[in-house]
Every structure is written in C-alpha cells, then in structure tokens.
Write a protein that binds this ligand. Sequence first.
Ligand code: SAM
Length: 219
Amino acid sequence: MLERAGCKNTEAMNADFLTTDPQDPRFSKVTHILLDPSCSGSGIINRLDYLLEPEEETDDSQEERLIKLSAFQLMMIRHAMKFPSVQKIVYSTCSIHATENENVVQQALSSAEAQTGPFTLASPHEVLPTWRRRGLPEMLANPADAAALVRCSPGEDATNGFFVSCFVRCDNSGGPGAPEHKNVQETPMKRKNPEGDGDNASKEPGNKRKKRKKKSGNE
Ligand SMILES: C[S@@+](CC[C@H](N)C(=O)[O-])C[C@H]1O[C@@H](n2cnc3c(N)ncnc32)[C@H](O)[C@@H]1O
C-alpha cells in the first residue's frame, strides 16, 4: 500500500505500537504520527447491511465496547505523545460516537503527556478549514476546541462517518510557534450521553440506523 501511494521514505514495521520504545534511536527523528487506530467503525455505511438480520445488542453492551475502545485509543495517543521529536499527531476514527472522538481528544488533552509535551489542538485554520462540520462543542471542556475538530456525518456529507483531530506540540515560550489556546483545563467529562446529544449529533442518521452485526473493530 505504501508503495502504491508512492511513499519513498517509509519502512513498514509489523509491531504493536504500544510496545515500541519512544526513546529508541530509530524513532529519534519521528516528527509526525498518523494514528488511525481500531474503532467501532460505526460511521461505515455498508450498503448490504439491510440483508443481514440485526443482531441484538443492548445499549449496555454497546456502551461497554465503546468504553474499551476509547481506553485503547487514548493509550495510543498518549504513547504517540512520548516520542521526543514528534511535532504533530493526527488522530482519526471512522466512528460517529463522541466516546471515541471528542471524549478521547479531551482526555488526551488533559493527560500528563499532553501537559509535558506540551501538546494542544492545531488551530482550526490548519485543519481542513473549509470543511463545515466540526466537533461537538458540548463534549469538550473548552467548547471553542470543537472548531479544531473535523466530523463527517453519513447521509449528510456524502461520506461515511469520520472524525479527525490534530495535536501539535506547542512552543512553551509563547513565541510565534505558540498556539492561541493552551489545554490546561481538567476534564469535566460530559458523558451523560456519550454518543453526542448536541446539535450535530442529533442530526446524525448513523445514531438511529438499524443495529449491525457486532464486529470486534474495523480492523
Ligand atoms: C482503522 S484500521 C487503519 C486503517 C488504515 N488507516 C488504512 O487506511 O488501511 C486500524 C489498524 O490499526 C491496527 N492496530 C490496532 N492496534 C494496533 C497496535 N497496538 N499497534 C499497531 N497497529 C494496531 C489494526 O491492525 C488496523 O490495521
């Protein structure tokens, strides 16, 4: 796949990212990390879904699965933040659930690794600025951060459901490289309805569509 994409300066590794040592000299020049980890895949619209019998999945079991996935996703971001030269980390999912999206981003921003980096969200003008649908403000400690997040809503954006965020290491000095806002707030998680009950989420057809066969993740 890398070859087909024309990548010339890449080396594929078959390894568990969480077991890689950020201090390994091989990674000392890693400046950018693209993290697209396993997720629920709830944003993927399968046009053949209607042929399958919906599998009963209780709200509790779905919630439990999302919580497990989000804990893993958060671990991946926190691990990425430990790489000494990393300047930019893009975290994406093909999930429509705030549990795997805004909530993970919020927890990552409040993590010890983000404070140490320090890392914050890239400014909205650096993250697909012309894309209209942004994150869910009501799921974030600082609602203004929603503008830095990108959402794609199946059925509304002619796409599958997708979510993109971008963490950047900020300049501690407050100099030209410093981002406009810092992520120093603790996380008052708004998780009563983690699937997003705000303006954008309530319009997401993916939240309403019929239950799909349970998958372990979109791997
Ligand atoms: C959503 S898919 C990525 C799809 C990829 N971006 C593409 O376009 O083909 C998630 C991938 O993360 C891999 N993955 C899950 N846990 C991992 C880990 N701990 N270390 C490395 N890769 C992992 C899965 O095997 C899977 O290939």
